[in-house]
Design a protein around this ligand. Sequence first.
Ligand SMILES: Nc1ncnc2c1ncn2[C@@H]1O[C@H](COP(=O)(O)OP(=O)(O)OP(=O)(O)O)[C@@H](O)[C@H]1O
Ligand SMILES: [Mg+2]
Length: 636
Amino acid sequence: MRLKTKLSAAITLLVLVITTVLSWLYMTQLLQQHIEQAYQSTDVIAHQLQFATREALENGLRNRQINVNDPAALRSAVADSLRRDPGLAAFINSVISYSPTVIDVAIADRDGRGIITAPDPAQEDQLLPVRPDYATLLKSSLYRTIGVVFGAPRVYNLTLGLERDNQPFLTVRVGIRNTFLKNAFYPWLSDAFTYIALAIAISLVVAVFVANLALQPLAQISARLDALSQAEPAGELDSGASTDTVLQVSHKIERLGRRMRNVEEVFSALKENLDQILSNLQDGIMLFTRDARAVLVSRSVERFLSVNRDDVLGAEVHDIFDRHSLLGRTVRQAFDAGMSVVQEEIITETGRRVEISLDFIHDDRASDNGQSLGALLTLHDLESVREIESELELSRRMAAIGRLTAGVGHEVKNPINAIVVHLELLRSKMDSESGALRHLEIIQSEIRRLDRVVQTLVDFSRPVELQLQEQDLRRIVSSVLLLASAELETRNIHLVSELPDHPVIAKIDADLFKQALLNVVINGAQAMNQGGQLSVRLTEDGRTARLRIEDQGEGIPDDIRPHIFDLYFTTKREGSGIGLAMTYRILQLHNGQIDVESKTSVGTTFTLSIPVASLSELRLRGLLETNLPAFKGPLE
Ligand SMILES: Nc1ncnc2c1ncn2[C@@H]1O[C@H](COP(=O)(O)OP(=O)(O)OP(=O)(O)O)[C@@H](O)[C@H]1O
Ligand SMILES: [Mg+2]
């Protein structure tokens, strides 16, 4: 059913109920009134009749000698007096003729026998019928009263008694027929029905009008929705188009919702893409709206502002930037003045050098060029640029040294070989008793040591041919930890490893990478003489896999930290100082990076980072397509 019809029906029904209830109440009031009026007028008649009867008796019996102990004589004397009294007869006649409610009148003796009965004298000297008392109607319930009004015709009596010597002597009875109530009601009832019908008709018209009026805003909403969706006008709605405004509106809202969902999906895919790109940026990027609220914040902003990215999103520029810091002051002032900042270098309170740029974005199409659409803030870490540059310099130098040592090693190896051969010859020619033989042995052992050193140098600087294959880093980590487990156990070290539950695929030379990781793990174990916990965690963010190896050892003192990756640098009695140099080189060969953080007597954390392959590519593609294909790696 249409809403309009429902509304109209509801209003009409309401009016019908109200009019019926009101009519009912009115009818019961009216009924009560009629019953009471009839009672009062009949009561007056009954009293007059009682009075006239008493008069007639007094007049008729005044000069008569009656034996009061003879009831039959007394009755006949009374009947005679009453029947002969002309006043009484005239009164009864007039009542019968003119009273609209009275149907008959009777004067009866103590036994209920009629003495005078009008208009039917045939009942005289007969036992009169027993009738219900009219006074009971006054007290009966509404249902009973209505039953009396509309039920079968019936006669009620209003009875008054006459006493003699305080004994009941005669009764005066006035009969009232219930039909008079019905007659009084029928015209009223037909009127009432007419009024009710009229009220319903009027309420129907009013209801339709009100429903139209109430639904008008919905029609307007519908039109607005059309304008909002801009696509199909109202006419082109669903093929089985409904004429009900409410249905139309709900269809339109549904369609608009679908479109919004589509837009939202595209938007969230874009946003994820953008986040992905932003998360890999070294620079901090913040995009502000017209009212200076941050809507786009790159992950690296956290490093510059030491705040959580999610706390900054949506916040106002004055809440994000602290007026007590130089960086905060500069940004706030620039925003307040609406002035761009071009590559301004700031040294923060922590001594970090940051270059900031602020650009206000203007809409070229807008007529007023004064109002900006928003602003873009870029935070550039000059410190890390310097670090990267020095790292680049280091690897350049190492490459050059590598080439040099390869050449030198090769050149030195030949003379060493010659020396070894000639030493052997010299030894055979020498007397076994000679004291010089001892010196010769020392020379020989030192030459052998020199040979080993040169050999490692040559090995280390020889160009390596990488056997790159896609590998699950989780397997590499597990196998390295298995290799190291014996060493860890003997040192009473508790191992914790956290690996993701999905494959982390990288293109690596498995043997070399295992060696690189093993060196770090063994160093960690060697740093914990008293035992402790060594934890290995593998994470990836779609682009880079990170392996964090954290020990609770003695830590690396600040003065030796710059040298730990140097070849042959060691602080251990048995150490060769090759481990970390080799790890550094292997990471370089994999386009990776090794970082170290250390706190004396707390522990050291090495982080090995390498780019992940294929899975991340799949992931990236998955961001653009809605269905991410399940990854089937080359492993297992
Ligand atoms: N986890 C660590 N905790 C403390 N110091 C460390 C740690 N890792 C490395 N170092 C320091 O760096 C130095 C160089 O380490 P590297 O692994 O290159 O050589 P090594 O362990 O001494 O010898 P080897 O060649 O047998 O590994 C170590 O001697 C040690 O002083
Ligand atoms: Mg080592």
